[in-house]
Design a protein around this ligand. Structure first.
Ligand code: ATP
Length: 300
């Protein structure tokens, strides 16, 4: 389990992380979110021991961060950092040895992962000769070759095609199921929704929203109602109690309401329309919640 407790980081007089606390249990995927400059990279660097914190404590399985502990952490950085003149095999051996592994163990694991990512043929090829997506696979393998207890993934899917996004997702889920604690950071909220049970959102280094995703969505009273019906008077629907917006899509209407208390009012209205084939109430998306909670604070 990773425990971050009351961590603050100053760069000179600038406070980049402000009294941040969260925990990531074994086998949990935790979202660390925020707009550009919110303090995510600073937090990652403190967790992996690259940066000293100004105050607070960080422990992995109750041990403070040290070389021993960082050997048990894997980090896929947002800015890709491969040694492109090396072959795939040389690159992974280099990092594996840095993480305290012996070469035969590295090679065994490397063969497994190359096959899993469908790039066994590239083992002896120079990294610079690989496509961007395949380079990203090598970077991912480098991050997990040491079988880390904690894995930090910063925008792991950027630049990947949908098939490879799926492949990465399957591997990430397998690692989670084997007990790896995972911190996931992305600006793509739909990816965060697919993965994270718990999350924290930072604005200017401070947590402004945190907890279980399910609970956050439940507590956010605004909902979206998806409707399919014939002959709906849109202008009249917009005037129904609690209706904030009506979006007309190709196949359905999306009715945004201010509170779950307004569902019945909308239902009473739609009931009177013809051929009602859909009336589905859904929680707001994480993207909507993020934009509302963070947008205002970000601008001020
Ligand atoms: P992004 O999503 O753009 O990667 P981030 O959330 O990772 O952003 P950080 O890189 O942690 O944000 O930066 C947090 C704040 O600290 C920013 O205002 C940044 O300008 C500042 N900062 C980062 N590194 C330094 C440094 N070495 N010296 C001074 N200020 C810094």
């Amino acid at each position: 389990m990773l425990k971050v407790e009351n961590v603050t980081k100053y760069y000179g007089t600038f406070k980049a992380v402000d009294d941040l606390s969260f925990t990531v249990s074994d086998g949990e995927i935790f979202g660390l979110l925020g707009v550009n400059g919110a303090g995510k990279t600073t937090t990652f660097r403190m967790i992996i021991g690259l940066l000293d914190k100004t105050s607070g404590t960080i422990t992995l399985n109750e041990k403070p961060i040290s070389y021993d502990v960082t050997n048990e952490i894997g980090f896929l950085t947002e800015e890709r950092s491969l040694l492109t003149k090396l072959t795939v095999k040389e690159q992974v051996i280099y990092y594996g040895v840095l993480k305290g592994m012996n070469e035969s163990d590295i090679l065994k694991k490397l063969d497994y992962w190359l096959e899993r990512f469908n790039i066994s043929d590239y083992k002896e090829r120079k990294i610079k000769e690989l496509s961007k997506g395949n380079q990203q696979k090598v970077q991912f393998i480098t991050a997990i070759i040491n079988n880390p207890k904690l894995l930090i993934l910063d925008e792991p899917f950027s630049g990947l095609d949908p098939i490879n996004v799926q492949l990465f997702m399957d591997v990430i889920r397998d690692l989670k199921n084997k007990g790896t604690s995972i911190i996931f950071s992305s600006h793509r909220m739909e990816h965060v929704e697919m993965f994270c049970e718990k999350l924290v959102v930072l604005v200017k280094g401070k947590s402004v929203l945190e907890g279980e995703l399910k609970q956050i969505k439940k507590e956010y009273r605004k909902k979206n109602i998806h409707v399919e019906a014939v002959g709906v008077d849109i202008e009249a629907l917009k005037k129904v109690n609690g209706v904030v917006e009506v979006i007309e899509n190709e196949t359905e209407l999306v009715v945004k309401i201010a509170s779950d208390e307004n569902v019945n009012d909308v239902f009473a209205f739609i009931k009177k329309c013809k051929e009602v084939s859909k009336f589905v109430v859904e929680d707001a998306t994480l993207n909507e919640i993020f934009l509302e909670k963070v947008g205002v604070l970000y601008e001020n």
